[in-house]
Ligand binder design. Sequence first.
Ligand SMILES: [Mn+2]
Length: 492
Amino acid sequence: MTGPVPELAERATACANRLLEADHVLLASHIDADGLTSAAIAAQALERADIPFETVFKKQLDEDAIAAIADTAYETVLFTDFGSGQLDVIGEYEDAGKLTPIIADHHQPADRETEYHLNPLLFGIDGASELSGAGASYVLARALADAQDGGAAAAADGGTLEAADETTARADNRDLAALAIVGAVGDMQASGGELHGANAGIVEEGVEAGVLETGTDLALYGKQTRPLPKLLEYATDVRIPGISSDEAGALSFLEDLDLELQRDGAWRRWAELTSEEKQTVASALVKRAVSRGVPASKIDQLVGTSYVLCEEPVGTELRDASEFSTLLNATARYERADVGLGVCLGDRGEALEQARTLLRSHRRNLSEGIDLVTREGVTTEEHVQWFHAGDRIRETIVGIVAGMAMGNAGISRSKPIIAFAEKNDEECKVSARGTHSLVGQGLDLSHVMSEASQAVGGDGGGHDVAAGATVPSGHEDEFVARADDIVADQLS
Ligand SMILES: [Mn+2]
């Protein structure tokens, strides 16, 4: 078989065969929505292939983390959603015979190769927008199922993937496509309202396997769980005057429509509306946006492709790829990878309950953080703007806060924002956020974070639109000056 991403098929098969040779495997993954889904996909694939494994999560795969991994009794280590960027360090342990790395990642590789390295960037596929860590893990999972049965499943149905039969989907791991899409959405790969390239191939497999449904829908966050007025009030990607961030406005907009807004004393949610009702709201929303002068290019963004996990109950965050990824991120930011992984693996009891509690407190922290930044303002340099939160915003959420504060009073959307927060007594976490429009003009925050942090004795990286670094405390001003210069070059 060629798998969901033909360019990666051969390498994926080599990685799968190597895994099948192992007596046991250490699965190491990044802690975020993409990392958690990566681990859940890999864990299920390993389990189904009868390969014993243990899972560990790391916030950052730094030298200490790699040393700890090399120190375990495991010889075969499967890294998901990280590993490529740390190949220089991992390689030293490989050379010393301490471990054999198998890597399913999509980040920029360090200057070093290894045999079992599955990364879209090595095969001409964009790792920032076309395939996530979960996507790479999914490609590996598909190859693992295939290597295990020697291609029997593919031969049985003539190599086509038309049967949406659940048993088949599970046997060839296609049911895991839903998690891969949650990971991709969590890594913000759905640019322009939909997933592209290799991700689109995974979506197709998920639809065929009966675990995903796609459709054109309102591109607002919270279609499953938010009460209708809140869905509109909190939607700020496309700002509609009189509705966005306007509680009374959103409510009166809805009340003017001929709609049943409540049922059994509770607000209805978007997912419960009939298609005609959705149509009514969507057209009125577009009409309002037009009449208030929202540009056509922005109005287009009100509609996008929705990714629905159709086996999950209606009205739960698990049914919507975007809400699911947010729930996972909430567990990750508070170092509860065990909870997030539990949810991904199907725990709908205690893990789901804990995840929801974490999400509620996460939202409270975010809104307090955004208030703080907006109240105190940012310092504007020539090409970047920045703030230092000290210990008043957790370093694990300071990047999201920065991104969400962009566009608020005094915080521009035309310059990238850099946020500092205390990590410990010696180190600061730096997070940077841009916009897709700035990326279109040449901004690459991954490069900015990596260069500027290394210049002050730290380290960093990430994606063009969102990246992070850790720097020694006391070097913030120097970091900002460096970053300002690099951004100037990129945008010139
Ligand atoms: Mn990722």
